[in-house]
Design a protein around this ligand. Structure first.
Ligand code: GDP
Length: 603
């Protein structure tokens, strides 16, 4: 049979999937969102979108009408009631659409500028989507900027492309192929959606223009189709309450409110709820559920209206006493008649604890801070990927006490005496303390901006360490002396590197079974094929000169060219090398060190 028909029995009611838009800055996320909304509004107010708190609802009728012309070929059967678009494009809302570590965003649109290709935040978005296991489609936006692009209306992008002139089609193809190749570098298979026959394994690319509106119908169709094909289980309406807090906001006249997305189930005025709080779980009662008025005629701010009850999927502002310490990015629970309140309170707090817990923090590491639970979770995951250990983490503005945490590291490992503030305010007093204690505070609004700064920071520290330990570090090396040109002042020999690497500055010895090792001298130059080099690798044959002015040994008497010469390692040299050059030490280097430790009887 046709699997598409089996997936969702007609009687199963689907809820509106929740859709997020992600991508690099300036790729057109806001414009796309606006265009989707305005196109729908033009369809007539009554059928148009409804504005919600933090989200916009696009009813299926509107999508049907908007895609009438191009759906003749695709023949998507609409089963969803509509789509719930999250209004704030970007990472923060995506990160906060979570429930105990998993993502609540059903599907994402990753926007890529077809002219610029993959950018830093594109990669960051891909990583976030992976972390939350969120399926997505790619909007190849700004297609109108392809060379001599001609606009057509009411055609699918596939048909439009056939009508473009040859150079335009070529320009389009080459840009698209480049992006496909770039995505492949990040282990993603992608194809233009009309060439994509495997929705589960291959990401669909949809060319769009947020300026002309071209491709928007295609995008909506692909989104609906993907949702219905692979996600119908996930978007089957359930009565179980699933509600996540996107933002905690103080509003004049209302007190502290939370903006929440109701993903599943129903919320009622007067419901007793449990919310995760900074000082422990918060138990309170919903005073009102606010949404914008149904007809949004102008951009003039109209008062929000109260609702007796709200059904998923929906963005809503919840007014209730005692929400000041509520944590964004956590789940909201309703206390039902049969529910154990204490159990729900534990459940609510477990979520916060799971992110803030010290389970995955290290004894020695950086101090990090983020604005919400979701962003802290994403930031921790990112740092783990970068192999940067985290010792302390917190949510909210940076205070003096947080700087003090970072300061603890000054004694343990000074390079980790830094505080990374991701999208949070750094209080004046914290800044002062940091200055006094010489703690570096790095403050950025997006994760990717930390990448370069951390690279520079740790790079400089490593460089300094390498300079400081240059006299101590000795690379493991074994030499076979092939030819002797000169026996002293300096010693000149031809050697083959048997194992390891030989570098200028390396002290050489002839190891002795009774540990009376014979010093030979220090390598002062290396010539490979008559050319001076700094390093010789395994199997290279080089001629070297050895400064023997500080050794009391004599060629022919204390040592000769019969036995292998070794670089002179010690416990200190090994430790220094491992600390300063850990990234560059190869497996072979490490194995050679183990062997040489045996020869030199180093523990
Ligand atoms: P965001 O930072 O991703 O939200 O990007 P914006 O929506 O603010 O768009 C950034 C800039 O790109 C604005 O100047 C937009 O007018 C422009 N822009 C967005 N989409 C398109 C498009 O499809 N074509 C063209 N030519 N410009 C676009």
């Amino acid at each position: 049979g046709n699997p598409e028909n089996q997936e969702t029995p007609a009687e199963k009611e689907l809820r509106s999937p929740i859709l997020c838009i992600l991508g690099h800055v300036d790729t057109g996320k806001t414009s796309l969102l606006d265009k989707i909304r305005s196109t729908n509004v033009q369809g007539g107010e009554a059928r148009g979108i409804t504005q919600q708190i933090g989200a916009s609802f696009v009813p299926v009728e509107t999508i049907k009408e908007q895609t009438k012309g191009i759906n003749e070929k695709l023949k998507v059967n609409f089963r969803l009631p509509g789509l719930l678009l999250i209004d704030t494009p970007g990472h923060e809302s995506f990160n906060n659409l979570r429930s105990r570590g998993s993502g609540l965003c059903d599907l994402a649109i990753l926007v890529i500028d077809i002219v610029h290709g993959i950018e830093k935040q594109t990669v960051e978005s891909i990583n976030l989507l992976r972390m939350r296991k969120t399926p997505f489609v790619v909007a190849l936006n700004k297609v109108d900027r392809v060379y001599e692009w001609q606009k057509y209306v009411n055609l699918s992008m596939n048909e439009e492309l056939k009508l473009q002139n040859r150079h335009t089609a070529q320009d389009f193809e080459s840009r698209t192929n480049k992006i496909i190749a770039q995505l492949a570098e990040h282990e993603l298979n992608a194809a233009l959606y009309w060439r994509n026959s495997d929705y589960k394994k291959v990401v669909s690319l949809v060319p769009t223009s947020a300026v002309t509106g071209e491709g928007l119908g295609d995008l909506m169709l692909v989104v609906v189709q993907l949702m219905q094909k692979i996600m119908s289980e996930k978007v089957t309406y359930r009565n179980t309450l699933e509600c996540t807090i996107l933002e905690v906001k103080a509003i004049e006249g209302l007190g502290t409110t939370v903006d929440a997305v109701l993903v599943n189930g129903v919320l009622n005025e007067g419901d007793k709820i449990v919310v995760s709080g900074f000082g422990g779980p918060i138990v309170t009662t919903i005073r009102s559920l606010l949404t914008p008025p149904p007809l949004r005629e102008t951009r003039v701010k109209t008062a929000l209206i109260p609702n007796k009850s709200i059904r998923a999927s929906m963005g809503v502002k919840i007014v209730a006493p005692g929400l000041e310490k509520a944590v964004a990015g956590t789940s909201l629970y309703v206390v039902g008649e049969d529910d154990d309140l204490e159990e729900l309170k534990r459940e609510a707090q477990k979520d916060v604890d799971s992110v803030l817990a010290t389970d995955d923090t290290e004894e020695i590491g950086v101090t990090i801070q983020a604005s919400t639970l979701g962003s802290l979770e994403a930031f921790s995951t990112f740092l783990k990927g970068e192999k940067i250990p985290v010792a302390f983490k917190a949510i909210g503005p940076v205070h003096k006490k947080h700087v003090m945490n970072a300061a603890i590291m000054a004694n343990k490992d000074p390079k980790y005496a830094i505080l990374l503030a991701f999208g949070v305010k750094v209080e004046e007093s914290a800044m002062q303390t940091a200055n006094e204690l010489k703690i570096t505070i790095m403050s950025e609004e997006t994760i990717y901006l930390f990448v370069d700064r951390l690279k520079t920071y740790f790079g400089a520290i490593k460089e300094k360490l390498r300079e400081q330990t240059a006299n101590v570090c000795v690379w493991p090396c074994l030499l076979d002396v092939i030819k002797v040109f000169r026996q002293k002042d300096p010693i000149l020999v031809g050697v083959r590197i048997k194992e390891g690497t030989l570098r200028i500055g390396t002290p050489l010895v002839l190891p002795d079974p009774n540990q009376q090792h014979v010093d030979i001298g220090v390598v002062q130059s290396i010539k490979l094929n008559e050319k001076d080099v700094n390093i010789a690798k395994k199997d290279d044959e080089v001629s070297i000169s050895i400064d023997d002015s500080n050794t009391k040994t004599t060629f022919g008497r204390h040592f000769d060219d019969k036995k292998d010469w070794y670089s002179k390692i010690s416990r200190d040299s090994i430790d220094a090398l491992k600390e300063a050059w850990s990234d560059e030490l190869t497996k072979q280097d490490k194995q050679l060190i183990v062997f040489m430790k045996g020869v030199f009887k180093i523990n």
